[in-house]
Design a protein around this ligand. Sequence first.
Ligand code: NAD
Length: 294
Amino acid sequence: MSNIAFIGLGNMGGPMAINLVKKGHHVIGFDLSHSASEALIAAGGQTSDSAITAAKDADVVISMLPSGKHVAELYSEEFISQLKPDTLIIDSSTIDAVTARSVAQMAASKGCKMIDAPVSGGTAGAQAGTLTFIVGGPTKDYEKARPILKCMGQNIFHAGDSGAGQVAKICNNMLLAIHMIGTSEAINLGVRHGLEPKILSEIMQKSSGRNWSLEVYNPYPGVMENAPSSRAYSGGFAVDLMTKDLGLAAEAGLETRTSTPLGNAALNLYRIWSEAGNGTSDFSSIIQFLNKHQ
Ligand code: NAD
């Protein structure tokens, strides 16, 4: 069993750290918010008063932070210099590939290893230990990380070299935003014509409009009792995080002169929705934007 430091115990990181404790690992967590640490302590983990105190004796350091800025700030030269030689860093935050590669290079220069391992599967997947991990980094580091990732996820993919996990992840999230908006549009249209949202959703789930937003994350309140839409759009994947991911996709499109017209439209809709005061709501709340603007 490994000594694991877990930095960032929010909606995703909290339940992921708890799953590592349940599999017998020794986990020391750290989060800037004290309340985020409570569930880990209740589950048998430990917490620390700083990231470096949690990480300095760890075999593995896992981070689950909001954005590239937070990841770059955490993995400073000073921080990495204080880790044990050969420490494996697994960053599961969704960030830009450039930052992921630069942290990996710095880790290598200090005798450590770093892979990018963003996830898909949402907070329900984090709780159930069924996440999909999308890894970028050398094969030997991927193989070393696999048993740890298996404690938190079901499907573990090796996308390619350093940064490749992040590229694959933003492609996925751009598609997710597009089908969430499309699903919201379709349900909203049906409801405006007097259809029951649950019946319409069942029909589309068995028809060619079928997609993940319809199957497990229905945006219409009351259709799925475990979806964020049925708890006032709380506790899921925040609008601001989706907006960040769509911004990463737009930047990646610019870098390679790739057209992403629907991705760019989704970015603008989410940005407007965030600026209207909904940045911390779950991203499926975009259906309310459609409701309010017709
Ligand atoms: P969150 O905001 O719930 O959690 C982030 C946590 O990081 C917060 O508790 C915050 O206090 C903490 N934090 C920020 N800076 C810190 C620092 N320097 N040191 C220690 N803790 C710090 O976000 P989340 O929903 O858990 O998402 C985390 C990452 O996972 C994001 O990159 C997001 O894009 C990605 N992601 C989220 C979901 C989802 O459904 N929520 C799904 C897949 C991927």
